[in-house]
Design a protein around this ligand. Structure first.
Ligand code: HEM
Length: 356
């Protein structure tokens, strides 16, 4: 599960760089198996290049592009697609092997069985996203970009959650009697929403407008907010509004983190919360840096990575109990389940974690 999560993170960050370098449309066909090999001869490179020159992006954004410039774009997209294949293998090979050996049972088996399906769906969704940019427009649909980002995160969350539950079970078995801090689950959900809103900022190139903070066009709420009808379209199709929403969600995420960290200051989980708070502060500063500097690739890539770190920290804290503390009284856990030494491992541990 840890290998899966790491592979997804690498694919995600390289996917972000692929988008930021405007490389994502350089491979204009989808060959899930044979596409693992790059063009091997000059003739193959020329064919791929000629196919690329047919699409609107090559005639506008990359007008006058040379073969060697095309190769630079191609390699980013090719690496991203091959990393996706690696994710598929990292998930599928152990799953089918352990299933074959009869070592997976019950809820864990069902959950792990969903991962190869989700990865296959993610590949198809990736192509569906790319195909939206091959004719009629010079970039991909922001809706499909966010769907692709969201499904990557779902795969990531399943992997991290499963790994965390396994660690939690081990801690319960060694005497740590309470669950993780479920308030962190709320923070993880808010972080997830903030990430998706960041996907709309990226998909609409909204980081290139209103490069000031906290004001946007001299106002807190950008003047263009609400110009699209019906109103909800502004959230997904209006660059200024999408960026404003991202700022609001990011600020709420930071404030919630700091509040919970403050409230946990005297509990055994304070160390975990301090790490979450550090991750949230760094992430907020990375977002500001990305915005104020006009979306440099390095800052934007680290901003994407920082989001995953924050999400992981929140998920882990939500599931894994603090090691060796039998008196953790998390407000998220009802009094009947907060433990004494006598009622350890069974009643004091959440049913969902025991099943996995
Ligand atoms: C908890 C805080 C935050 C989280 C979790 C977060 C998450 C994200 C993610 C995941 C993306 C990239 C989506 C993608 O590449 O598909 C993104 C994009 C972006 N975020 Fe944030 N963000 C946070 C705070 C901020 C703040 C405070 C700002 C600035 C005020 C900001 C500005 C941006 C900008 C400009 C982009 C677009 C970059 C690009 O085009 O690649 N973010 N955010």
């Amino acid at each position: 599960m840890v290998a899966t999560a790491l592979a997804v993170v690498v694919a995600l960050v390289v996917g972000g760089i692929t988008r930021l370098t405007e490389s994502g449309l350089s491979i204009t066909e989808w060959k899930p198996v044979s596409g693992a090999l790059p063009p091997l001869s000059l003739a193959d490179w020329n064919t791929a290049f000629q196919q690329y020159l047919q699409i609107p992006e090559a005639q506008t954004v990359h007008k006058g592009i040379t073969l060697s410039e095309f190769k630079a774009l191609f390699w980013w997209e090719w690496i991203h697609r091959n990393l996706a294949r690696v994710v598929g293998l990292v998930i599928a090979v152990p799953f089918f092997w352990l299933s074959f050996k009869g070592r997976l049972r019950g809820a864990l088996r069902t959950r792990l069985a969903s991962l190869p399906i989700l990865v296959a769906a993610q590949g198809a969704l990736g192509w569906y996203m790319v195909s939206s940019g091959l004719s009629g427009r010079t970039d991909v649909s922001q809706y499909r970009l966010v769907a692709h980002l969201g499904l990557a995160l779902v795969i990531f969350v399943v992997a991290v959650w499963t790994a965390a539950e396994i660690v939690a079970r081990q801690r319960v078995a060694t005497g740590t009697p309470v669950a993780g801090d479920r308030a962190a689950l709320f923070l993880a959900s808010l972080t997830f929403a903030t990430i998706l809103s960041g996907g709309f900022v990226a998909g609409l190139d909204a980081g290139h407008v209103f490069n000031t903070f906290p004001l946007m066009g001299g106002q807190l709420v950008p003047p263009s907010y609400g110009q699209l009808v019906p109103f909800w379209r502004n959230w997904f199709e209006n660059a200024g509004a999408a960026q404003f929403n991202h700022r609001v969600l990011a600020t709420l995420t930071l404030l919630l983190t700091l509040t919970l960290t403050f409230r946990r200051a005297t509990t055994p989980s304070r160390g975990a919360w301090r790490l979450i708070a550090a991750a949230a502060c760094v992430q907020f500063v990375l977002g500001l840096t990305t915005l104020l500097l006009g979306v440099p690739i390095a800052a934007a890539a680290f901003h994407q990575l920082g989001a995953v770190v924050l999400l992981t920290a929140a998920l882990w804290t939500a599931v894994v109990p603090v090691r060796g503390h039998s008196s953790v009284l998390s407000p998220a856990i009802p009094p009947s389940t907060s433990a004494t030494t006598a009622d350890t491992t069974v009643d004091a541990y959440p049913r969902r974690a025991r099943k996995a």
